[in-house]
Design a protein around this ligand. Structure first.
Ligand SMILES: Cc1ncc(COP(=O)(O)O)c(C=O)c1O
Length: 389
């Protein structure tokens, strides 16, 4: 299989010094992607040109204002929402805790929150804490263990007129399972519940459109898709308007999403975020780049060694190109070490923070291989050769 003619992976790679200047094979992208040079430069330039805060008439403060406005516009293009409805924060986990706290102020004992076994714990523990404090009940949707896909029959059985929130991961950072988000949000809404989407893994692999999928809240982390370390959320304004925010009094209250941004934003990261989204748009990663990564995923699936047990969807259907592998007679950490010895970055874990999958993974742990639009067919072949040793 060769790279498609409409997508020039070499030209894409040339935009990353980290890819051009060393021969490491980066398969650890689910933990954080490599960063294009333009993003790095934007962060650095902002620290030189915009070391100030908002509100001044002097040039550095005006530059900060431009950076924030530019980042909101870029984030809005990425999420398909209004710039007014974007919320920036430290990372997905911190944003999810703070938004769930605000939502929880209206919850009562016996209200129900539905999460799933495929979720990263950042999509679960905030609700466990809410349940602890309010008496709400957290219900966990099961999966089909053979394919690690969401059991929709079980989801429907868990929904009730007490359901207030359905929180789920659009794509699982562990197994790569891609859940039909629109179907989940429609079910949540049919019970009058909020659809609360963790798009942290999905945003690196699929086109995000909060309106099209019916998100009430959507949370993600730009460092998973070529940006700097920060968190990004969308909140439907009609939903946010009902919540009492934890905020300091002089901070802005309008538009409503601003109430949920606490303190000074990371302006230099926001400058980088704008460049990351510009980059993403320029390589058409939502089209050709994603197709390229999926083709690499098929190549990997076709060549897996016999002792590898794939935990997750068995084909490229219903998944992103992230693969979780357990081995019959090998500890995953030992396999990861073999890869590292071959300059291949991939990690092993007993959960990858998906606590609902620990039993499926088992005692020997699992290796995660994350393919991204900047990987190559040759890198997949080298990985398969290293896995076979
Ligand atoms: C699916 C998913 N959700 C949530 C998180 C947490 O994101 P953050 O590190 O930005 O808090 C991660 C991080 O790996 C993730 O992969």
């Amino acid at each position: 299989m060769s790279d498609t003619i409409t997508y020039d992976v070499a030209a894409v790679r040339a935009r990353f010094a980290a890819l051009a200047t060393n021969d490491t094979i980066f398969l650890d992208t689910p933990g954080g992607s490599q960063v294009p040079d333009a993003v790095r430069a934007a962060v650095s330039d902002a620290m030189r040109d915009a070391a100030a805060n908002l509100g001044g008439t002097f040039a550095t403060s005006q530059r900060v204002a431009e950076i924030v406005t530019g980042a909101r516009a870029a984030a809005a293009r990425f999420l398909h929402c209004s710039p007014d409805d974007t919320i920036f924060g430290q990372n997905m986990t911190t944003l999810n805790f703070s938004l769930s706290r605000a939502c929880a102020r209206d919850l009562k004992a016996g209200d129900e929150i539905v999460v799933t076994r495929l979720d990263h714990d950042a999509s679960v523990s905030p609700w466990l804490e809410v349940a602890h404090d309010t008496g709400a009940v957290v219900k966990v949707v099961d999966i089909d263990e053979a394919t690690a896909t969401l059991d929709f029959t079980n989801l429907e059985a868990q929904l009730s007129d007490r359901t207030r929130v359905v929180a789920f991961s659009w794509a699982a950072n562990s197994t790569g399972t891609l859940t039909d988000a629109k179907r989940v949000t429609a079910l949540a809404h049919s019970f009058g519940a909020l659809a609360w989407i963790d798009a942290t893994h999905a945003a690196a692999h699929v086109h995000v459109d909060v309106e099209a999928i019916g998100a009430d809240v959507l949370v993600c982390s730009p460092y998973k898709f070529c940006g700097p370390h920060l968190g990004l959320a969308y909140g439907r304004p009609e939903v946010l308007a009902d919540w009492r925010p934890y905020k300091v009094r002089p901070a802005p209250s309008d538009p409503v999403a601003r109430r949920f941004e606490t303190g000074t934003l990371p302006y230099e990261q926001l400058a980088g975020l704008t460049e990351a989204i510009n980059y993403w748009e320029s390589v058409d990663a939502t089209g050709a780049g994603h197709a390229h990564a999926r083709a690499l995923g098929q190549r990997l699936l076709d060549g897996l060694p016999d002792d590898a047990r794939l935990i997750g969807p068995p084909t490229m259907d219903g998944r992103v190109p992230t693969f979780l592998l357990a081995f019959a007679d090998r500890d995953a950490t030992a396999v990861a070490e073999t890869l590292v010895a071959n300059n291949i970055n991939a990690g092993a874990s007993d959960s990858f923070y998906c606590m609902g999958l620990k039993d499926l993974i088992g005692d020997r742990g699992a290796l995660r291989i994350g393919l991204f639009h900047y990987n190559t067919a040759d890198e997949v072949d080298q990985t398969l050769a290293a896995l076979a040793t």
